[in-house]
Design a protein around this ligand. Sequence first.
Ligand code: ZN
Length: 314
Amino acid sequence: MSKQPLFFEPIFKDRIWGGQRLTSFGYDIPSSRTGECWAFAAHRNGESIVKSGEFKGLTLGQLWKDHPHLFGNLKGDRFPLLTKILDATQNLSVQVHPDDNYALDNEGDLGKNECWYIIDCDEGAEIIYGHTAQTKEEFQRMVVEGKWDTLLRKIPVRPGDFFFVPSGTIHAIGAGIIILETQQNSDTTYRVYDYDRRDHNGNLRELHPSQSIAVTKVPSEEPKKTHFHKRDGDMIITTFVECDYFNMHKWELQGTVNITEKDFFLLVSVISGAGLIKQNDESYRFKKGDHFMLPSGYGDFEIYGKVELIVTHL
Ligand code: ZN
């Protein structure tokens, strides 16, 4: 039996920093503080479910375990990625993730590399990426003394920007940003700073200064801004990152493109427009806000439409 695209049901998460702008993806959001749409998730806090077809009702985690051929028979105890769209109406807390070695030794879990594509943002929106300290001692002193304004490096962002956030990089999403985030599927996060905010019980959120100091790279690296562009038919492919953890591209199509068989699975998030994916006499429509996976060994296919897709693979 031939393989089909697998469309997943989005999962929504209420967040104190969330808002209502995920409705711009056509989503029926559950609250006026919806912060996250989980697009591809096999996580204890949320499991993506297949919407239709042969695997309808199965979770991404079940597919990974019971139908490994869909993923090219990759090894691993869990689906390796987690993709979300976030609507940040306030600054998110400043955090850092350990690398695999530190995380396995100290948390019994994998580390976390992540990457961000800015779908939309307000004029003047900023992220935090890296810091200004030149030595570990200086970094430690500034954390202990709470010199956040001079320590944390702010970067203005615009729609279409991309950032690879390797483990050991201090980072935070700022207010007024809608972002697509893909990360390693792990839970190892150390909170560096939370703007001294208190919750409704008057409590500060827990910070992890000693772990943050241990895992943060000093000095910090500049974000890489060189991306590769390639034309294929009526499509422009922008390659944002190719690394051991994930590869991320943007496919901008106005017309038609023929794609030859990939021997790996593709995660596709539709961030604007609409189109049609066609293989032999079967076709599937998709539109902004849809998230689908093309299984490994799906075969050659065509895409029609005027769309922007974020395409991730291993
Ligand atoms: Zn993070």
